[in-house]
Ligand binder design. Structure first.
Ligand code: XUL
Ligand code: CO
Length: 436
């Protein structure tokens, strides 16, 4: 059965093409920085937005017209798998990502839920055997069901902690079975609403205990995917513990978890935290924990997670610049945790949306690669910090200077600063963006 009737494989036609169902910049075979674009960018489709979400919002019901809408229960779950592999193949994607609850319906008990999962996971596994599509990451949904009303690993109720552990245990087994390259923890309800009823110390200790149990179980079953924490400051909770990259990293250090985790940075989560996307990526690469990316964009006029497909070339360029400085994303990828707007309700809009996202990142990648090749920013930055290469600066860096020596050095010396040249650099960036 064909789900996306009338839509052929999407191919690269170049920037002059007038065909909306073609790539203008994403050319999988083009070599950039010594690697095929496809191998560098590792695009992934998010199962929940593309095959599950129906366009409902707090003010209205779903609007999305989907070829699988007529099915229910396990039949719906199976139809979605068939549609997913057709979609992935038509776009030429290589990765996908899902929550346990996206792929199979929840049963009355954990055992029944797991039986539903087994049926769908074996179907996905069969599809994966006959295609080159891989699972970028999987995760457990520990936020939708009312049992998680007060949190999962940070719930005040130990029975909920136990249930969440059972759910993640199963998800790690699925990760092993399908060979997921990463496993994501997004703490949807791991935060608090009011400090008046919250023992923050116990909640954080328990969250760390939960992660240590996950590490132990992964080791026990031989699951080798990279563990990722996805920071987000708020929504659904008022305050989420993994507020941003810096708070997640502090948590990982405090609880002896830093060697076992990297971070999955989502652009819209950065915006919600009051940071730019590139800031969060830069913090991660500086601390050596940049793992993967949820590629989307927010709206600076709206205070919530809009999960738009990324189309802002300025942002994709600066993000790819950070990713290149990181030596790529290694086992991570660019997962489109993004949804077409509620008004873009036709199935073909899913194609337009992914094409827009992939082209935006491909273009940003090419511009960032050229900036790096030409050493534009590196040379400027190297010169800006050149006082640390010799004299007193070199002594500071080498650790041989102390306050007494520095005070004596500074006593009679006039200080001459250099311009930061911000406007010149932005103008050069625009030049690269518009001429490449
Ligand atoms: C929510 C979000 C999640 C995670 C996976 O804002 O980003 O979809 O990516 O649980
Ligand atoms: Co996300």
């Amino acid at each position: 059965m064909t789900y996306f009737e009338g839509i052929d494989k999407i191919s690269f036609e170049g920037p002059q093409s007038k065909n909306p169902l073609a790539y203008k910049y994403y050319n999988p075979d083009e070599v950039v920085l010594g690697k095929r674009m496809e191998d560098y960018l590792r695009f992934s489709v998010a199962y929940w937005h593309t095959f599950v979400a129906d366009g409902s919002d707090p003010f209205g019901v779903g609007t999305m017209q989907r070829p699988w809408s007529g099915y229910t229960g396990m039949d719906l779950a199976k139809a979605r798998v068939e549609a997913a592999f057709e979609f992935i193949d038509k776009l030429g994607l290589k990765y996908f990502a899902f929550h346990d609850r996206d792929i199979a319906p929840e049963g009355d008990t954990l055992a029944e839920t797991n039986r539903n999962l087994d049926v769908i996971v074996s179907m996905i596994s069969d599809y994966m055997k006959t295609s080159s599509v891989k699972l970028l990451w999987n995760t457990a949904n520990l936020f939708t069901n009312p049992r998680f009303v007060h949190g999962a690993a940070t719930s005040p109720n130990a029975d909920v902690f136990a249930y969440a552990a059972g759910q993640v245990k199963k998800s790690l087994e699925i990760g092993k079975q399908l060979g997921s390259e990463n496993y994501v923890f997004w703490g949807g309800r791991e935060g608090y609403e009011t400090l008046l009823n919250t023992d923050m110390g116990l909640e954080l200790d328990n969250l760390a205990r939960f992660y240590h149990m996950a590490i132990d179980y992964a080791k026990e079953i031989g699951y080798t995917g990279q563990f990722l924490i996805e920071p987000k400051p708020k929504e659904p909770t008022k305050h989420q513990y993994d507020y941003d990259a810096a708070s997640a990293i502090a948590f990982l250090y405090k609880y002896g978890l830093i060697d076992h985790f990297k971070l999955n940075i989502e652009a819209n989560h950065a915006t919600l935290a009051g940071h730019t996307f590139e800031h969060e990526l830069c913090v991660c690469r500086t601390y050596g924990v940049l793992g993967s990316v949820d590629a989307n964009q927010g709206d600076t006029l709206l205070g919530w997670d809009t999960d738009e497909f990324p189309t802002d070339l300025y942002s994709t360029t600066l993000a790819m610049y950070e990713i290149i400085q990181n030596g790529g994303l290694h086992r991570g990828g660019l997962n489109f945790d993004a949804k077409p707007r509620r008004g873009s309700f036709e199935a073909v809009d899913l194609f337009h949306a992914h094409i827009a996202g992939m082209d935006s990142f491909a273009k940003g990648f090419k511009v960032a690669a050229k900036l790096v090749e030409d050493g534009v920013l590196e040379d400027f930055i190297a010169q800006r910090y050149s006082t640390y290469r010799d004299g007193v600066g070199a002594e500071i860096v080498a650790g041989t200077a102390d306050f007494k020596a520095l005070a004596a050095y500074a006593a009679e010396r006039p200080i001459v600063n250099q311009s930061g040249r911000q406007e010149m650099l932005k103008s050069i960036l625009n030049q690269y963006l518009t001429t490449l």
